[in-house]
Design a protein around this ligand. Structure first.
Ligand SMILES: Nc1ncnc2c1ncn2[C@@H]1O[C@H](COP(=O)(O)OP(=O)(O)O)[C@@H](O)[C@H]1O
Ligand SMILES: [Mg+2]
Length: 394
């Protein structure tokens, strides 16, 4: 996937004369000293990263770590003190007024934690707002706004006012308003943090559904690690204006770069992050359907196991053979085909460990992980499921 946003050595200093302060920062002076001696706050310090097209990129960090400051640089609500921000290859930091206006109207849209709705406008009027600014003709505006409201599950609420809607519904309006302009990039600043847990989870699922359909590039901010790992294709963890680690949820969980990250992710429910592909391993033995019971017996004995998966010449899963059945079949000159079992669990590589738990706890045999062509990718034994829950897999 191509790079949509490229942030290069971005620094944002608040207060007077930031360029002079930048020199002190670059010489290695600490943020504390700078604040004490100059009164300037270093919001973002020399941050670089890339966001790919159609990716949900999550920025996670404690309150005050610089998440909003960073996000607001991406549409130049914050003007960077230093650094470059390339969007589709062009450096928005250099944009003149007109380019910037177009960029904000067409390329990006923002969703805020506290919705930011106009209280005196109807729901439809709120969603129409961005289209109005772009001088879209009224009829077309209404049509687009209605469609977008339907996308976020609010058909029928067009004529109501924000105070008549629940928090979750208001945030759907906020999302619809952002989507109405059909921007490439959605910037979302803790959009679900003010919602009740149940509604919040609903909205997370809704966002993933919408993203599956619309395929935007999303930069999503949260201070909640579970939310970050649920939504993020990749996650950047911020601390005091800097990025400590960037990676997929699985990478961050299994290879934290330092103690700060380890602490940050220690309460994460790993079963919701790790998938079958992360905990499967290569089978110790594998038998071809063309082999006979004798080969199967030998393979199982060598590997010290009591059952083995059988595959065809394309490595597609045919079934499973137990050592007992193979021992009985061998003198009778039966083929493997005659003694194949199929009462094992099969799972896709993307299945979350959470959803494997019931199968893993009752299964007589290892779980088979297969791709969509039924090729055997790996196996999962109960122990590997359990250890995924307990140990770091570093
Ligand atoms: N407009 C501003 N003027 C001065 N300091 C600011 C401004 N905006 C943010 N800051 C400071 O920058 C730091 C990062 O803030 P922010 O980006 O809002 O953090 P987060 O969104 O992670 O909670 C904080 O120390 C905050 O006080
Ligand atoms: Mg913030």
């Amino acid at each position: 996937m191509s790079v949509k946003i490229k942030v290069e050595n971005l620094t944002k200093i608040f207060g007077r004369n930031p360029k002079a302060v930048l020199k002190r920062l670059q010489k290695g002076e600490s943020k504390e000293t700078i604040l004490k001696e100059t009164g300037n706050t270093v919001g973002i310090n020399n941050v670089s990263f890339e966001v790919k097209e159609e990716e949900i990129f999550v920025i996670m960090g404690l309150s005050g770590s610089g998440k909003s400051t960073l996000l607001r640089c991406l549409n130049l609500l914050n003007v960077p003190t230093a650094g470059n921000i390339y969007i589709d290859g062009s450096n928005i930091v250099e944009y003149k007024k007109k380019e910037l206006r177009e960029f904000r109207q067409k390329k990006v849209a923002m969703v805020f934690q506290h919705f930011g709705l106009f209280t005196h406008r109807t729901i439809l009027g709120n969603v129409e707002y961005g289209l109005e600014i772009r001088d879209v003709p009224p009829e077309q505006r209404v049509e687009i706004a209605r469609e977008t409201l339907a996308t976020v599950g609010l058909a029928g609420w067009e004529d109501k006012y924000p105070h008549q809607l629940s928090g979750g519904m208001c945030q759907r309006v906020g999302l619809a308003r952002a989507l109405a302009n059909d921007p490439d990039i959605l910037l979302m600043d803790e959009p679900f943090s003010a919602l009740d847990p149940l509604i919040r989870r609903e909205m997370q699922v809704e966002l993933l559904d919408i993203q599956a359909k619309l395929k935007k590039t999303i930069v999503f901010i949260t201070h909640d690690v579970n939310e970050a790992f649920k939504l993020g294709d990749r996650v950047a963890v911020m601390k005091e204006g800097e990025i400590e680690q960037i990676g997929t949820p699985e990478e961050i969980l299994t290879h934290p770069v330092n103690d700060y990250i380890t602490n940050f992710v220690q309460d994460v429910d790993k079963t919701k992050v790790l998938q079958a592909k992360h905990i499967m391993f290569k089978p110790g033995a594998l038998v071809s359907i063309k082999d006979g019971p004798k080969v199967a017996i030998k393979e199982m004995k060598n590997a010290g196991i009591s059952s083995v998966f059988v595959v065809d010449d394309q490595r597609r899963l045919c079934g499973l053979v137990t050592i007992d059945d193979a021992l009985k079949a061998s003198p009778k000159h039966q083929k493997l085909e005659d003694i194949l079992l199929n009462d094992y669990f099969v799972t896709a590589p993307e299945t979350y460990v959470e959803d494997l738990l019931p199968a893993a706890s009752t299964a007589k045999y290892p779980l088979a992980v297969v791709d969509k062509h039924h090729k055997l990718l790996g196996i999962i034994v109960r122990v590997s499921v359990l250890s995924a829950l307990v140990h770091e897999t570093t």
